[in-house]
Design a protein around this ligand. Structure first.
Ligand code: TXA
Ligand code: MG
Length: 326
């Protein structure tokens, strides 16, 4: 393995050691149900600074603070509206990030200088036990973006994290292997600073689910009309992209990679990278398939997008950004 420590068995002892590693100011990449995160203690300016170095990400992009329970949230935020409390109670732990007005605990190096902060309770046993162990050591929260280089595809396995980041990590940093992510696309980001929820990034928690729970129609932010003073790096034009060119909804030709629902046949000479049976599988397998295209050295990948609502909306959102509108 590379420069960091690869933790292949996340035992209770290993989780405890990882929490101590974080407290010492090192980075720990850990599994969540969406994608792997690259974590640092959220109160440690130097450690958080290293996240930006390792990712190659601009320093004014805000990070999500991960916590293990709703009780910790009030330390980080102010002005939680009723609808947001309902979302937090129902969908956490889960694939959802809520944006609130920040407390003084959420400093500029977390929020990118904005007066808001993103909070998430992930639903993965390793993440939750790491967050709890870190909290018990006085840590209060783990800042973590997806564990990929800036603009690239998010990793959904520990091996993908290792392949992508190991040369930028240091010997005391750790990569924890908690198996492949069950959801496979990043969390739904919901801005809770207004009168109604506003979806900044679609994910597994959908507009319909928000409506059903809160009775409120969420506003969907389209990339074109994104407010300029909220910097959501996932909303930049080209993002979630492999090195290969991603082409949407065309007939693949020999030499190209192909990702499409299982009912589609693979034309001769085309490399099939994934054949998901439904939208959940599409989300789960997409990033691994895009990474495989790069591993195989393919120049172009054709993707036939999943249709319909639910998580298919998030998949199409990421594909649009990966393809940069091609
Ligand atoms: O599923 C996920 O959310 C994963 C796992 C690791 O939790 N994390 C993730 O983090 O995708 P990241 O940094 O790759 O993407 C989070 C997005 C970024 O585009 C960031 O700009 C946005 O959330 N964000 C964070 N805090 C924000 C805030 N206060 N206001 C608006 N956007 C925010
Ligand atoms: Mg990311």
């Amino acid at each position: 393995m590379g420069q960091s420590q690869f933790v292949s068995k996340c035992t209770a002892e290993a989780v405890q050691a990882a929490a101590k590693t974080l407290l010492g100011g090192n980075l720990v990449a850990f599994p969540t149900e969406t994608v792997y995160g690259l974590g640092a203690g959220a109160l440690n300016k130097q450690a958080v600074g290293r996240i930006y170095e390792v990712k190659g990400r601009p320093a004014d992009h805000p990070l999500i603070v991960h916590i293990h329970s709703l009780q910790v949230m009030e330390r980080w935020v102010q002005d939680v509206p009723r609808f947001a409390m309902a979302l937090a109670r129902d969908f956490w732990p889960g694939p959802m990030t809520l944006i609130f007005k920040r407390s003084t605990l959420a400093q500029d190096f977390i929020t990118g200088g904005q007066n808001t902060v993103g909070i998430r309770v992930p639903n993965h046993p390793v993440a939750l036990s790491l967050l709890e162990a870190f909290n018990n050591l006085g840590g209060l929260g783990i800042a973590a973006p997806s564990a990929n280089r800036f603009g690239h595809v998010s990793p959904t396995t520990a091996q993908a994290v290792n392949d992508e980041l190991t040369q930028y990590l240091q010997p005391d940093d750790q990569v924890m292997d908690g198996g492949p992510c069950s959801i496979g696309v990043e969390s739904t980001i919901i801005d809770c600073t207004g009168d109604v929820p506003r979806i900044l990034r679609p994910g597994a928690i959908t507009e319909e689910m928000i409506k059903e729970l809160t009775g409120l129609s969420a506003v969907m932010t389209k990339s074109s009309e994104e407010s300029e003073n909220i910097r959501v790096s996932g909303s930049l034009e080209k993002h979630y992209a492999p090195a290969a060119k991603v082409l949407l909804d065309q007939t693949p030709v020999a030499g190209q990679g192909f990702i499409a629902p299982s009912r589609r046949v693979t034309p001769t000479g085309v490399t099939r990278l994934a054949a998901p049976k439904n939208s959940d599988e599409f989300a789960r397998d997409l990033y691994t398939a895009l990474r495989k295209a790069d591993e195989l050295g393919l120049q172009e990948v054709v993707v036939e997008q999943p249709q319909g609502d639910g998580i298919a909306i998030a998949v199409r959102d990421r594909l649009l950004r990966a393809s940069n509108g091609r």
